[in-house]
Design a protein around this ligand. Structure first.
Ligand code: NAP
Length: 254
């Protein structure tokens, strides 16, 4: 018996990193999962790891029609959509005076418009069934400003705002909306951040990594983020609503 037995879940950004860990953890707890991202071979590999019946979906979250199709496919193939996990995301880093409008728009398109499109497509079916859970992977950047990440920080603050508004709007409808807010996690995205620091500052990889670790002296593991998502998605997590759950080794303490 798994705590997600009988639930179906769509995981955007499921091809690698945190989304992959969420897909594997959900499948291990008995959920039927749909793994979605743009890179088909990564999505197929994760779906295969999840076991028989996992759905492979090519998805670009910046494209409203693509999001609608993905939700429809899950509702059709898995008999409804119980849990939506928004993990697709991108990060950039630069001085604000080097942040151009195209980069700003791209980060907002993936990190904020993307969850909007998917949630907008998923909520009518959830309302019709009277139950549903939306979990968005935000960041400590949803709760505190930091230098050189204006677009990313704005997108994640927006995602938390969207989440809180919907948690209030649908509190009596059987739906929950939450953000999970990790510190730096050991994923390909963080590898890219380390490479960027090395390239810009001439520091070694170890020195760059040392600037990113949590107060526990290490990166967060993707499985630790996934474990929180399992709790929120399970029946035991039904009272968790409108929350921003830090998984940051004590970085924010808020
Ligand atoms: P990652 O390793 O780079 O994986 C990102 C995933 O998102 C990939 O599967 C990627 O697949 C997908 N994706 C990107 N753009 C997409 C698009 N337009 N449409 C559909 N899928 C798209 O990143 P991660 O570290 O797992 O991060 C996952 C989430 O956690 C992000 O929202 C990130 O902001 C957040 N987060 C990460 C950290 C961290 O330290 N890593 C910390 C806090 C929060 P394709 O490129 O193939 O589409």
């Amino acid at each position: 018996m798994g705590v997600l037995d009988g639930k179906s879940a769509l995981i955007s950004g499921g091809g690698r990193g945190i989304g992959r860990a969420v897909a594997l953890a959900f499948a291990a707890e008995g959920a039927r999962v749909a793994v979605a991202a743009r890179t088909r071979r990564q999505v197929e590999a994760v779906a295969a790891e999840c076991g028989a019946g996992a759905l492979v979906l090519e998805l670009d979250v910046t494209d409203e029609a693509s999001c609608r199709c993905a939700v429809e496919a899950v509702e059709r193939e898995l008999g409804g959509l119980e849990v939506l996990v928004n993990s697709a995301g991108i990060g950039t880093s630069q001085k604000f005076t080097e942040l151009d409008a195209a980069t700003w728009r791209q980060v907002l398109a993936v990190n904020l418009d993307g969850p909007f499109h998917l949630i907008r497509a998923a909520v009518p079916g959830m309302l019709a069934r009277g139950s549903g859970t939306v979990i968005s992977i935000a960041s400590v950047a949803a709760r505190r400003g930091a230098p050189y990440v204006a677009a990313y920080t704005a997108s994640k603050h927006g995602l938390l705002g969207l989440t809180r508004a919907l948690a209030a709007e649908y509190a009596r409808s059987g739906l929950t909306f939450n953000c999970v807010c990790p510190g730096f996690v050991d994923t390909p995205m963080t590898e890219a951040t380390v490479a960027n620091i090395v390239a810009r500052t001439g520091r070694t990889r170890e020195q760059a990594l040392a600037t990113l670790v949590t107060p526990q002296g290490r990166l967060v593991r993707p499985e630790e983020v996934a474990a929180v998502c399992v709790l929120v998605a399970s029946d035991a997590g039904r009272a968790i609503n409108g929350a921003a759950i830090d998984v940051d080794g004590g970085q924010l303490q808020s």
